[in-house]
Design a binder for this molecule. Sequence first.
Ligand code: FES
Length: 273
Amino acid sequence: MFKILEKEVLAKGIKRINVKAPMIANKTKAGNFIILRIDEKGERIPLTVADYDRETGIISIIFQEVGYTTKQLGSLEVGEHIKDIVGPLGKHIELEGYKKVVCLGGGSGTALLYPKVKAFYNKGSEVIAITGARTKDLIILEDELAEISNKLYIATDDGSYGHHGFVTDILKDLLEEDQEIDLVVAIGPVPMMKAVADMTAAYGVETIVSLNSLMVDGTGMCGGCRVTVGGETKFTCVDGPAFDGHQVDFNELINRLSFYKDEEEVHQCRLDE
Ligand code: FES
């Protein structure tokens, strides 16, 4: 059992919980994720470890309430418990050899971006962070990102805060002006990551994306999370979730993510009744 020590609402429908999980905190690196199950009969859901403290043994999990399980997770209060947390899972990202890194997060993808920004910054890279959302109220982790980056840009679709437009607009300007950028990390909705990868390919800048495939076991056995990268089948849970953005078959990923759309809509209607 894993006790919830703190809980915070970061934006409408986006929450952060801090959980005591010393063994996971001790082994997690940027890019790893966990799979949790709230109770005996619960669904297993993968979530990125947004932050971890090896000394206190506390991990932070940030999630958007988009379905039954994430809403159930969001309803748990401080002092309540999560039945199982398995992790760290997946491969951590390599930090060596990058002088200037641009990290972009879209929507709740910013939560997944945060540990990467922190890791590159602590490693000594110059880090430019870009975060965006539909509107100002959905921007998360602004203060935290400002603390661990050399420069932070913000974009909102409706222009209510920062640049009026998309994170990719800011990236394009940076790529035009700065030939020193040697890595771009993009995490967010798949169309956004695809747009970034298409853009950076034209500038010849290495790009990492973090894929949000459907997962079941998280150990490479079920095949549910398979993606095509560089023409080869890869499992997001054990080979990723971070991959070379220029090699990912995004169209196949978009198709696979919509595979259970009808069932999800039916389930959501039942929950709303
Ligand atoms: Fe089953 Fe990756 S979740 S193989």
